[in-house]
Ligand binder design. Structure first.
Ligand SMILES: [Mg+2]
Length: 234
């Protein structure tokens, strides 16, 4: 495949693009379930709990990203709502789970397959940056603990910038801070709405990291099933 021309700056999303959010989150929830003896007390299994939690968390994140609820509301309800689904109303326990989850999950270090290799490959050729919608207090720890922080020239976190992807403003702000034109920027991400459509709207190019094999036809957009496929494009 022909390499994409004129790119100078590569912006990576973090969660589910480099940092293996699903595996890391699952690992830490399993630890918490043991710590608080939840499987025995509420007659559930780790897999069942995680499935319920994911569904609730996903819904709350959707509301948060559309500014329907605050970060505090998201955080104060996702675990107690999961417990409620198990027939247990226990807000106190929900708050403890949330506290421990926030404290411990960013110290998990699993990365997606090929993450280190692709960053080593790209670093001498491009300026690399992070452009993430996560919370500031956790994203910096994740980058540091997983050992990839030094690969990036800039770390742009939505909470620190005052805009969230897919808002055009966050792409423009990142562009201004790095002093480049949109044509020289490419966004790599796993979220079609936030990362891909957001970047394309800002006049950037984009690479969609997805498990789906079927290609989406879209100008200035490329699709990969694994990070190492970036070697064919960049
Ligand atoms: Mg992501």
């Amino acid at each position: 495949m022909k390499k994409i021309a004129d790119i100078k700056h590569v912006f990576f999303d973090l969660d589910r693009t480099l940092w293996d959010f699903e595996k890391n989150s699952e690992a830490i929830i399993k630890v918490l379930l043991k710590d608080y003896n939840i499987e025995n007390t509420y007659k559930t299994t780790a897999d069942d709990f995680i499935k319920k939690y994911r569904k609730i968390n996903h819904k709350l994140w959707h509301l948060y990203s559309h500014k329907k609820i605050t970060k505090e509301e998201l955080r104060s309800t996702r675990f107690s709502k999961t417990l409620e689904k198990l027939g247990a109303k226990n807000e106190e326990l929900g708050a403890l789970l949330e506290r421990d989850y926030i404290a411990k999950s960013p110290y998990q270090t699993r990365l997606l397959e090929g993450a280190n290799e692709i960053l080593d490959y790209l670093k001498p050729k491009y300026k690399l940056h992070i452009l993430s919608n996560g919370f500031k207090e956790v994203q910096h720890i994740k980058l540091h603990e997983s050992g990839i922080k030094d690969h990036f020239n800039n770390i742009f976190i939505s909470e620190e910038m005052g805009f969230q992807k897919p808002d055009k403003a966050i792409f423009h702000a990142a562009q201004t801070k790095t002093g480049v034109n949109p044509e020289a920027c490419i966004m790599i991400g796993d979220d079609f709405g936030n990362d891909i459509e957001g970047a394309l709207n800002a006049g950037w190019k984009a690479v969609y990291l997805t498990s789906r094999k079927k290609r989406i036809k879209q100008t200035d957009m490329y699709q990969i099933n694994g990070l190492l496929e970036l070697k064919e494009l960049l």
